[in-house]
Design a binder for this molecule. Structure first.
Ligand SMILES: *Cc1c(COP(=O)(O)O)cnc(C)c1O
Length: 362
């Protein structure tokens, strides 16, 4: 069967060359006579896989030496608890609520300390990023938390909040590697890999070394202490080895694509094709404020639920799949991560134009 254009928000499209390489190496990885799935995580071959993956990620993001890179499990959602457990010294943190993922992290953190929502865009269904230039940051805040790209609502920070000197923590699950990042602006960056990097089952934490402490909140499980994982170079127990191997291949692919500067140009070009069409369309329209638009997730509606459903159905039949919006917001959403080729977006827009001609109320 032909491959489809997969606009899923996650797990999502991966580069075809990576899938092909993985297929080629399935039965015999690099002369070992076995699949990466079958090998010891203590083997020389796997050691090289994880170390190369880390180095390539460091090169791509220009991660300074005083930051650790951890390959963990539990998904992004487990970090909602791990972050307060590890970073709360004063038991205080401030959260900026720009969507469901930020809200979930906020609700989870409430179990561990005094947390406050210092800004929110809930008043307009998270269709914008609030002004974060002068927030009421608590003097004792151990960190300020953001979700950098809001996968469900399709907004992204173009400018970082003024944290008034406090540590910034960011969930970059849905936009990591889509553009350059100045890692030093953050104390901690984390991402579940299944949006823009690899298969579900790996979450990567990039943390400044001085934030890795022994004296974490009482009751923090051994596995959730960053210190445990950092001291063991992510090999405290069996890591999600196959997932890390695929992530490593994607890191190499991003390097071959020209790195993050090139990725940004590529992503801006792709997103512009879709946004320009939405801005000129008489049927479809984007749902978020222009200045806050995400390069990765593009929600849109026709304004008529039945027509939305018809569009999703016909698009699916034509090979443009997973365009249905998140169950909580309806409408459509096209996720156009790194691995979505430009032709995918061009063809989607052609399809939308045709649908518009056929369905525009006369
Ligand atoms: C998908 C997503 C999550 C949740 O990821 P899991 O790995 O399923 O826990 C968290 N944050 C963002 C921004 C996401 O896009």
């Amino acid at each position: 069967m032909e491959r489809v254009y997969n606009f899923s928000a996650g797990p999502s499209v991966l580069p075809e060359v990576v899938l092909k390489q993985a297929a080629d190496e399935m039965m015999n990885y690099n002369g070992t006579g076995m699949s990466v799935m079958e090998m010891s995580h203590r083997s020389k071959a796997f050691e090289e896989i994880i170390q190369t993956a880390e180095q390539d990620l460091r090169d791509l993001l220009k991660i300074p030496d005083n930051y650790k890179v951890l390959f963990l499990q539990g998904g992004a959602s487990q970090q909602f608890a791990a972050i307060p457990m590890n970073l709360m010294k004063n038991g205080v943190a401030d959260y900026i609520i720009t969507g469901q993922w930020a809200k979930k992290a906020f609700e989870e953190a409430k179990q561990y300390g005094k947390v406050k929502a210092v800004a929110s865009s809930a008043d307009k269904t998270f269709s914008y990023i609030p002004d974060c230039s002068d927030l009421d940051i608590d003097e004792d805040a151990d960190y300020v938390y953001i979700c950098h790209n809001n996968t469900i609502y399709g907004t992204a920070y173009k400018e970082l909040p003024n944290t008034k000197g406090k540590i910034l923590v960011a969930d970059m699950s849905s936009d990591i590697l889509s553009q350059p990042v100045n890692v030093e602006d953050y104390g901690l960056i984390y991402f579940g890999v299944q949006k823009n990097v690899g298969p579900a089952g790996v979450v990567v934490v990039i943390i400044r070394e001085d934030l890795i402490r022994e004296d974490v909140l009482p009751g923090t499980p051994t596995m959730l202490k960053y210190k445990t994982q950092a001291d063991a170079d992510s090999l405290y127990n069996t890591p999600p080895a196959y997932g890390i191997y695929i992530c490593g291949k994607v890191f190499k692919w991003v390097k071959e694509m020209g790195g993050l500067e090139a990725m940004k140009i590529h992503n801006e070009k792709k997103a512009a094709i879709l946004y320009d069409f939405l801005d000129s369309s008489k049927l479809f329209k984007g749902t978020v404020e222009k200045k806050d638009r995400s390069l990765m997730n593009v929600p849109f509606v026709t304004g008529n639920e039945e027509l939305d459903a018809k569009f999703v159905k016909e698009a699916t039949a034509a090979g443009f799949v997973n365009l249905k919006g998140h169950r909580t917001v309806g409408g459509m959403r096209a996720s156009i991560y790194n691995a979505m080729p430009i032709e995918g977006v061009e063809k989607l827009v052609e399809f939308m134009k045709r649908f518009e001609e056929e369905n525009l109320p006369k």
